[in-house]
Design a protein around this ligand. Structure first.
Ligand SMILES: Cc1cc2nc3c(=O)[nH]c(=O)nc-3n(C[C@H](O)[C@H](O)[C@H](O)COP(=O)(O)O)c2cc1C
Length: 312
């Protein structure tokens, strides 16, 4: 379908993607105190998913972290403001959200630094089957020292080392997802299961199994990524189908998009093979004044210490 051009540039349809977290404060710590704030029950998330589905959104994406923010002022600012804590395991909600929606897709964040590729392949294949191909994986390498300590590590792995580990993780996961089962293996001929023996000589992962779950509609979930450092862009231009970007400073967003497109071409991929999704905050109402009033109402609940804990 052709879209009309604007000032000579081709216009593309927007991807509408809701950005959420199963925590009382995602990027707006303190907002849990707002009288309209719903308790984060399964029913709440099902209602939200249905609302977005009916409104024609393409997806809802769930951010996730595996530790608490404790650099700025210890634990207290994050705990008091609900800054990304407490946080539930979103993957356990997806079946209910998928069952109650038709077209909405789901982005689930999972970390290559702490997950195990064999277990994660099983989880995403299951989610892909039960959502009928509506699952995406936001691949993160995780940045919180507290997560490293909670997962029994002495310290957080160095930034580029985390990306090297992520590359190897992907090799193993692709073999499990794409190479374990031939299409139709389960219904027709069990002999056509392919034994995958990925990564015998890998440094971080050894996995001699085949994916416990048979092939799913997408096999590999839709892959999303957000890291914009040199290592992050290198990873994204190899694996990602969509990239999340901070969208509050358009010039900076544009810089990353241009750099990504150049890198894609260098790697032999098309400039448009990655979709870019910029994060913006939109406050709407019937009239500007009402929208402004709504924004001011939200602002009075902002917890600056909680926000500082996220920056920390
Ligand atoms: C829009 C957006 C969403 C992100 N969501 C998550 C997330 O859910 N969990 C996480 O651990 N990191 C998340 N990140 C952080 C990135 O994965 C990455 O660590 C960060 O952008 C720094 O990139 P770099 O490591 O390439 O420097 C997000 C980043 C952006 C811009």
């Amino acid at each position: 379908m052709a879209y009309p051009s604007v000032n000579g540039s081709p216009r593309k349809p927007w991807i509408m993607n809701a950005f959420a977290m199963m925590a009382p404060g995602h990027l707006a710590p303190g907002l849990w105190k707002h009288p309209d704030q719903q308790p984060q029950t399964l029913d709440h998330w099902v209602q939200l998913a249905k609302f977005l589905d009916e409104a024609g959104f393409h997806g809802i994406f769930f951010a996730d972290v595996l530790g608490n923010y404790d650099i700025y002022g210890g634990n207290a600012p994050a705990l008091k403001s609900g800054a990304q804590i407490p946080i539930q395991d979103v993957s356990l909600f997806i079946s209910a959200l998928a069952y109650n929606t038709k077209n909405l897709s789901f982005g689930v964040t999972a970390s290559t630094t702490y997950e195990n590729p064999y277990a994660l392949a099983r989880k995403f294949s299951t989610l892909d089957q039960l959502s009928n191909g509506r699952i995406g994986w936001n691949i993160v390498t995780s940045y919180l020292e507290s997560a490293a300590k909670s997962y029994g590590k002495e310290k957080l792995l160095e930034h580029d080392e985390r990306y090297r580990m992520a590359r190897e993780f992907m090799e193993v996961v692709y073999k499990l997802l794409e190479g374990s089962w031939q299409d139709g293996a389960i219904e027709t001929n069990r002999e056509t299961v392919v034994f995958a023996n990925p990564a015998k000589i890998n440094k971080y992962y050894k996995c001699a199994g085949l994916n416990l779950v048979g092939s799913s509609p997408q096999r590999t979930p839709f892959l999303l990524q957000a890291g914009a450092s040199k290592a992050g862009q290198d990873f994204a231009t190899t694996h990602a189908e969509a990239m999340f970007l901070p969208g509050m400073v358009p010039a900076k967003t544009g810089e990353i998009v241009r750099s990504m497109k150049n890198l894609l071409v260098k790697k032999g991929r098309s400039r448009d093979s990655v979709k870019f999704i910029a994060g913006i905050f939109i406050c709407v109402d019937e009239m500007d004044e009402k929208a402004q009033a709504k924004f001011q109402d939200l602002m009075q609940y902002a917890d600056l210490d909680g926000t500082a804990s996220l920056f920390g």
